[in-house]
Write a protein that binds this ligand. Structure first.
Ligand SMILES: [Cu+2]
Length: 136
């Protein structure tokens, strides 16, 4: 009978040992709280404002002199392969600048001009590349 108990004991002991080696439950789940708040920009109601275009071509503004009604949005487009910029030098209304030499080929910059008077502006990259806008 003692042999039976001995065998039984060893079985139980073995089972306890087996139970001891539990797998460490590493629950480091990747917190994927991807809160992508991508606001779908609502189509801005297009104001029927007047627009005028100025091209930057051959290191010049074209047209070099422009007359617009006040409230007109002037849009400059760089049609050159070298970078330009649009920087106001003088004239009525707030100063504006696209940033030094930051209009690469094909880039545009626009400004709404609301104060009557003559605005002089330049490209700071190219001496002599200047233009005027007469706001009436
Ligand atoms: Cu330029």
């Amino acid at each position: 009978m003692t042999r039976f108990l001995g065998t039984l004991f060893s079985i139980v002991a073995c089972g306890l040992v087996a139970a001891g080696c539990g797998s460490s439950n590493d629950s480091s789940s990747s917190s994927s709280s991807n809160t992508k708040t991508q606001k779908a920009a609502p189509a801005a109601p297009k104001k029927a404002g007047k627009t005028a275009a100025v091209s930057m071509k051959n290191i010049q503004f074209s047209p070099k002199a422009l007359t617009v009604a006040k409230g007109t949005t002037v849009k400059w487009t760089n049609d050159d392969s070298v970078p330009h910029d649009v920087t106001k030098k003088s004239g009525p209304g707030p100063d504006f600048s696209s940033g030094s030499g930051n209009l690469a080929k094909g880039a545009t910059y626009q400004q709404t001009l609301s104060t009557p008077g003559t605005i002089e502006y330049v490209c700071t990259v190219h001496p002599g590349m200047s233009g005027t806008i007469n706001v009436k």
